[in-house]
Design a protein around this ligand. Sequence first.
Ligand SMILES: C[S@@+](CC[C@H](N)C(=O)[O-])C[C@H]1O[C@@H](n2cnc3c(N)ncnc32)[C@H](O)[C@@H]1O
Length: 400
Amino acid sequence: MMKLSIKDIGFDGEGVGRVDDKVCFVRFALLGEKVEARTYQINAKFVKAKLINIIQASDKRIQPPCPYFAKCGGCDFQHLGYQDELSIKKEILLRQLKKLGLDISIKVNASPKEFFYRNKVKMFSTEDGLAFHSAFDNSLVKIKKCLIASQQINKTVELLSQFLQKHNLLGKTEFVEIKEIDKTIVINLFVKQALNADFNDFIKDFDCKIYIFQTENKQPRFIVGSDSCCRYAPNSFQQVNDDVAALLYQKVCSFAQNKTIANCYSGAGILSKMLLESGAKKVFGLELGQSEHNDAQSLKKQCKLSSMQNIQGDCAHTLPTIKDKVDLIVVDPPRAGCSKRVVQSINDSSAAELVYISCNHASFARDIGRLNNFQLDQIELFDMFPKTANFEIFAHLHRI
Ligand SMILES: C[S@@+](CC[C@H](N)C(=O)[O-])C[C@H]1O[C@@H](n2cnc3c(N)ncnc32)[C@H](O)[C@@H]1O
């Protein structure tokens, strides 16, 4: 056990102090605090330590509303108010920009819902119920209620836990994904072998639409559910906070008027459709995932979007194949950011403008640094993930 003073905040929102000649990261410690912590990971340049006791608390520290906070690994910030959480996120993004030599103001868009916003959870089976990963290792923390998941998802977790336990199916289920899409619940049970149970018994307690899938060997199979079809395939990408996704998409769409747009990493096509509804001339949706591409094709057909062209494949290969003169490129890559080839294609393209959406400030900063032919002129933070250290970035760049 050691005592240390927290002198800074790290890029993942953790407290940072020094022990001997090394930097020490203490998750859940706040700037200005004096704490006791126990080392659990030692690297060449830094150590990670677990917060054991607060000797002198920050005046920003509040009582976390969630009883599992700091045990469950899902949240980083339940121990300070929302405005202070947003200030830390803004500071992290400002620091990334400063490293690039950029001095630009950042508009912060709070989430309309601070709690109960998540429309998706992934939970693991324990002997007596469903659980999240712990904050410090791979052990599991069984939870009764998650304060960031939607109320409907919480209800589903409770009923599903009871059903799986009653029918002795917890040990046969590896993990479960539960999503809420347009007031519909989608459950995907990841199993080694097909479960032998009548889920009709389970769904009768729901007053909303519900679909249940089982996934063996990465293949989701529909097993029971309401009569009509759901908007996304169960394994398609979905933004986790509907309200903030709507605000973010609205911002992107404000640049759509009269433009031919390459929408890279386009997912299930929702943003492509909105860009067209906002006046874009034509939108190319470039998406690698088969199920997301299929969803985008269904959306195109269902909404008769003749100016939407969906191309399946790695956008490193598909972006340079577009023959039309593209005015605006939109990218919304996964956490790893854009590959060097994608960055090169963007630099070499005809596009005068670029919108970069990112859920990872580190890969975002790296890519902005590589986009030599573009200059950043607008940046906004959208708090897609309240109570966690993650956030979404919107950036607009123009060709120089
Ligand atoms: C962060 S999501 C964004 C999806 C979409 N823009 C939305 O808002 O729903 C990233 C998407 O990129 C896709 N993807 C990952 N690597 C890709 C690649 N190399 N080329 C094209 N799409 C890719 C993923 O399947 C996923 O749908």
